[in-house]
Design a protein around this ligand. Sequence first.
Ligand SMILES: Cc1cc2nc3c(=O)[nH]c(=O)nc-3n(C[C@H](O)[C@H](O)[C@H](O)COP(=O)(O)OP(=O)(O)OC[C@H]3O[C@@H](n4cnc5c(N)ncnc54)[C@H](O)[C@@H]3O)c2cc1C
Length: 434
Amino acid sequence: MKREVIVVGGGAAGMVAAIAAASEGARVTILEHKEKVGKKILATGNGKCNYTNLYQSMECYRSENLPFVQEVFSHFNEKDTIAFFQKLGIVPKAKNGYLYPGSEQASSIVDVLTMELKHLKVEVRCNEDVTKIIPTKEGYHIQTLVRVLETRSGAKQNGKNKKKEKAIEVDSYVAEYDAKKVIIATGGRASEKLGSNGSGYRLLKEMGYGLVPVVPALVQLKAKGADFEQVAGVRCDANITLLVDGEKVAQEEGELQLTNYGVSGIPVFQVSRYAAKALYDQKKVTMEIDFLPQFGLDELGALLCQRYQESSYKTDHEVLIGLMNDKLITLLLNKAKNIDPYGTDCKRLAKRMKQFTIEITDTNGFDNAQICAGGMDTTELAGVTMESKKHSGFYIVGEVLDVDGICGGYNLQWAWATGYLAGKAAGKKLKLHE
Ligand SMILES: Cc1cc2nc3c(=O)[nH]c(=O)nc-3n(C[C@H](O)[C@H](O)[C@H](O)COP(=O)(O)OP(=O)(O)OC[C@H]3O[C@@H](n4cnc5c(N)ncnc54)[C@H](O)[C@@H]3O)c2cc1C
């Protein structure tokens, strides 16, 4: 049977695309290689799903083609996202502009999407990995590898009597489909265990599409230039500045987490895509950490002088206790001994506290990243229908495209918007049920 619309990937963008196409009356099939749809959504926002943000600005998005991103959002913005989910039953709950479902459960988002897919009679085929897409005269020929699973009871869980059921792959076979229209919604390659394994990039490359280099983003950074083992586990409010070949490219403030290999935390995630891109281009990446952003440099210098002068009976380390995390004191004093409170030592120490420089050597891998930066070049799309210029009836949506957002609901906003616009266009353009 020839399908009308096949959606490759049942993630955020794919499910919304399928709903939008089916609500136009099209017969839609989702092919998903995991055992269920929406796996990644369940992990978003620490299990609460930060599904969009009331504050929207182009500064929250990155792409080689930002005007295109702006155009997409002029057709489907955060208000449309809220309305779309409200219609499905989600009551929005705002926290500083970050939106979550009223239940604060990401599973609610997956549940309402799944219910709507069922209601609209969308065929959902899981455990099917799309391996090839061939354009034909009448549409597209798709090959998948179907995994045959058998449920077996595994080892006892936590010593309890209850045994965990486990699905084991016992066989696989190739299946073939024909479709008039195809929507690619495979995601990127961040967090492979949740489904997106980079296969979308391969499928698109095989069909002749160009890719902006793909790097991990919203990810931890590896660094050298400090004894990280000694400060691992420290969390502190800091201002960080990322420099590429000595030029400032990004700055963020928030809770910095020090790890045994480098730095993590929201401010690090926010600047990480710039570090990843620069490292990919073999540029030198450094980070300046201001551990005491609440003080100006001169103000801190004066404060340090005062503390040293008033506490001559204390060691250098003891003088600083109460000002900052104890482990950080050791790190910052490192080579400094017997600070002279009347000389330039206090100023130098203040500078070290406010401009502590480390070299960024790498990012953590795609498995630890929340998203990818880079992807399919959006100049290959005909417009906000997300249809390809090269192949008619072929749409590309979501994270597989060269668009990434900062933390805060922006990446899902992109997935919903592009999925919806493509689904509507694909569903509409069909002469239904020929
Ligand atoms: C831990 C974590 C937390 C996050 N938190 C947030 C948050 O709170 N807010 C936010 O805005 N963003 C968040 N993100 C990012 C956000 O989840 C993604 O940007 C978004 O899910 C991308 O949507 P997508 O549909 O393009 O891709 P995905 O959601 O990755 O979906 C792609 C789907 O395609 C399937 N697939 C891939 N290849 C094939 C194939 N060849 N054949 C068949 N199926 C295939 C995959 O299994 C998957 O189900 C988070 C990401 C992670 C990892």
